[in-house]
Design a protein around this ligand. Sequence first.
Ligand SMILES: [Zn+2]
Length: 80
Amino acid sequence: MQACDLCHLLVGAPTTVEPHENLAASGAGALGMNINSRWVDRPWRCTVCGAWMFQNAAHGEPPNVWRMGRRPQDRPQGRT
Ligand SMILES: [Zn+2]
C-alpha cells in the first residue's frame, strides 16, 4: 500500500493537527476501545490512497499522535 503525501505528512504529527482534506471519518462504532471503554484511537480512511489513519487519544499508543495502521476489522477481538 502506497500512502499519499498528505497521509505521510500526518504520521507522527500531534493529534491537535486537523485531519487532512481527504480523510473520511469512520463510524463511531469503529472506535478502538480499551478495557475501560474509553476510545483509544479514532479511525479515518483516506479517500485518495486508502490508508487508515488513527488519531490517538491521550492513552493511545503512542499518545496524542497520528499513526497509520491496519483497518479496524483486522484487529483481534478484545484487547489489542
Ligand atoms: Zn492518503
